[in-house]
Ligand binder design. Structure first.
Ligand SMILES: CC(=O)[C@@H](O)[C@H](O)COP(=O)(O)O
Ligand SMILES: NCC(=O)COP(=O)(O)O
Length: 243
C-alpha cells in the first residue's frame, strides 16, 4: 500500500509567538525542523484576523520551505491576491469566522459553487493545486468535483471531537464512505483537523488518503518532547497504520 504523506501545520508555533508579541518562536524555523524530521509538506493558515500566522511568515516560508507549502485561506479577494503573489504549491480553501476558536466545519462548496469555482479556476490557472476543505458529505464532494478542484481535504473534526464510542464510530464510517466516494469520482483525498497520536491510525489506514495535515497535536507534543521527535512519532504512527 502506498505511503501516506504528512503535512505539518505550524500555525500554533505562531500562536506562541503572538501571545507575547515577540519575534520567537519562528514558524519558519519550526517548518525547517519538521521537514528535517520527515514532514512531507508544511501547512500554514493565514487567517483574516492574523491571530497566528502573519503575512511575513508566508513570504519568508515561500523562500525557506524545502518540501512544499500548503497555504490555507478563506475565499476572499485579499487572500486570493496573496496566494497569487506567493504561488505556493497548494492552496486549501477553508471556511473562516472571526469568532471561531478554530475551524468549525467544512466549506459550503455546494452553496457557493460560482464563487468557489471562480477562485479555484483563478488559482489553478496560476499553477496552484487547489484543495477544498469540506465535510465528508456526497453533496459537497460532488460540488468540489464540479468546481474543478483536484484535491479535497476531508474535515475530521467531528471524529476528533466525538465524546463517546457510538459517535466516534459513526463519524469514522462517515469519513470512510466519503473518502471512498471522493476517490471514486477522481478527487485526490487529504484529511485533517483535530487528529492526534491516539486517533490518527483509523484515518491513516484508509488506503485512498493521500496526505494528512496535522498541527495542533504535533505542536502540543513538541512542547514536551521537542518538535523533531513529535514529527517522527506522528509519521511512524501513520506508516504503521498502512502496514
Ligand atoms: C482548516 C483546519 O482545520 C486547520 O488547518 C486550521 O488551520 C485550523 O485553524 P487554526 O490553526 O486557527 O486552529
Ligand atoms: N487542515 C488541518 C490542519 O492543517 C491542521 O489541523 P489541526 O491538526 O491543527 O487541528
Amino acid at each position: 500500500m502506498k505511503d501516506i504523506l504528512l503535512g505539518v501545520n505550524v500555525d500554533h508555533i505562531a500562536t506562541l509567538r503572538q501571545a507575547r508579541g515577540t519575534n520567537y518562536p519562528d514558524p519558519a524555523h519550526a517548518a525547517s525542523v519538521a521537514e528535517h524530521a520527515g514532514a512531507d509538506g508544511i501547512t500554514i493558515h493565514l487567517r483574516e484576523d492574523r491571530r497566528h500566522i502573519q503575512d511575513r511568515d508566508v513570504y519568508v516560508m515561500a523562500k525557506t520551505i524545502q518540501t512544499r507549502m500548503n497555504l490555507e485561506t478563506a475565499v476572499t479577494d485579499e487572500m486570493i491576491k496573496i496566494a497569487l503573489e506567493v504561488k505556493p504549491e497548494y492552496v486549501c480553501l477553508v471556511p473562516e469566522k472571526r469568532e471561531e476558536l478554530t475551524t468549525e466545519g467544512g466549506l459550503n462548496v455546494a452553496g457557493n459553487i460560482d464563487k468557489i469555482k471562480a477562485a479555484t479556476k483563478t488559482l489553478g490557472d496560476a499553477g496552484i493545486k487547489v484543495s477544498l476543505f469540506i465535510d465528508a458529505d456526497k453533496v459537497q464532494l460532488d460540488a468540489a468535483k464540479e468546481c474543478g478542484a483536484p484535491f479535497v481535504e476531508i474535515h475530521t473534526g467531528a471524529y476528533a471531537d466525538a465524546t463517546n464510542d457510538t459517535d466516534l464510530h459513526k463519524e469514522l464510517e462517515h469519513i470512510r464512505e466519503g473518502v471512498k466516494y471522493a476517490a471514486s469520482i477522481g478527487l485526490i483525498v487529504n484529511a485533517g483537523h483535530g487528529l492526534h497520536y491516539h486517533n490518527v491510525k483509523p484515518i491513516a489506514e484508509m488506503p485512498e488518503i493521500y496526505e494528512l495535515n496535522i498541527g495542533h497535536a504535533i505542536i502540543a507534543r513538541a512542547a514536551i518532547d521537542g518538535l523533531d521527535k513529535a514529527v517522527r512519532d506522528m509519521k511512524r504512527l501513520m506508516i504503521e497504520a498502512r502496514m
